[in-house]
Ligand binder design. Structure first.
Ligand SMILES: Nc1ncnc2c1ncn2[C@@H]1O[C@H](COP(=O)(O)OP(=O)(O)OP(=O)(O)O)[C@@H](O)[C@H]1O
Length: 242
């Protein structure tokens, strides 16, 4: 269980981007973060992924504040989390499988990186991940020949293959056609339900959040204005976010 207490992010010039956010993030949940442009969705995800330094607050992981923990505890936590960019960069000439295997590079000894030799375990792990994101049949297709949705799924597989259990995805379906966006949302939902991965994704489209996410967190001017679970937003809640 992860608990966020009083997460605040202030910019050096004084602007408050995130304002005393409190939330619980249980394992295996698919959380959609919605809100108007500029409400703080990206900043929120970047703070949760520990890419931006919190101005104040507590980030409790199984009861321990990870922001105050020792280097080893922080490192262990960082290994469990992954951050997916809006437009992930893939090695265009390499296959989907190779791209996923590259996710393991940081855990690969130098001599194997140089020789390009892949351990059987890594190969199986990458193929498992491709299967989980529904891309097994495209494992050997070059990245440049994949559709936008397929590329996003390669990126998800790559970000989870090294054992991350917690994925923060910034607008993972932006730029995808409606069908691919739905397929991507279904893939993320399945990763949470079947594999216990916890996913927090920023989304522009509330109807996608309502259809696929377990919880919807609504940001308004850097504050967590709405937290709903298992239901659609009311008209008042929707209007309040815009
Ligand atoms: N490093 C920064 N420097 C200046 N302003 C920033 C910085 N980071 C965030 N902001 C400001 O903080 C607010 C929140 O930005 P953020 O990108 O998190 O919003 P968002 O909800 O993700 O928006 P969008 O949906 O347009 O991507 C915005 O007003 C933005 O301009």
């Amino acid at each position: 269980m992860i608990t966020i207490r009083g997460l605040t992010l202030k910019l050096p010039e004084g602007k408050t981007v995130l304002d005393r956010i409190d939330a619980h993030l249980p394992q295996g949940r698919f959380v959609a973060v919605v809100g108007a442009s500029g409400s703080g969705k990206s900043a929120f995800l970047r703070c949760l992924a520990m890419k931006d330094r919190w101005t104040s607050g507590e980030y409790l992981v199984d009861g321990e504040d990870i922001l105050k923990a020792g280097a080893l505890t922080r490192l262990k936590f960082r290994r469990k989390i992954s951050y997916l960019e809006q437009r992930p960069i893939l090695y265009e000439k390499k296959s989907a499988l190779k791209n996923v295997l590259i996710g393991n590079v940081e855990q690969t000894p130098l001599w194997r990186r140089i020789t390009g030799m892949v351990r059987n375990d890594d190969y199986m792990g990458a193929m498992d991940m491709l299967e989980q994101v529904g891309l097994l049949e495209h494992a050997h297709r070059q990245a440049e020949k994949l559709s936008g949705g397929e590329r996003q799924r390669v990126a998800i597989a790559r970000s989870l293959v090294h054992g991350a259990r917690l994925l923060f995805a910034d607008e993972p379906v932006s730029g995808l056609d409606p069908h691919s966006a739905e397929a991507m949302m279904a893939t993320m939902k399945k990763l949470c339900a079947d594999h216990g991965t916890t996913i927090v994704a920023a989304l522009h489209r509330i109807e996608l959040a309502e259809k696929f996410a377990d919880e919807i967190w609504g940001l308004k001017d850097g504050r967590l204005a709405i937290q709903v679970s298992g239901r659609r937003l009311t008209a008042v809640e929707r209007n309040g976010l815009s």
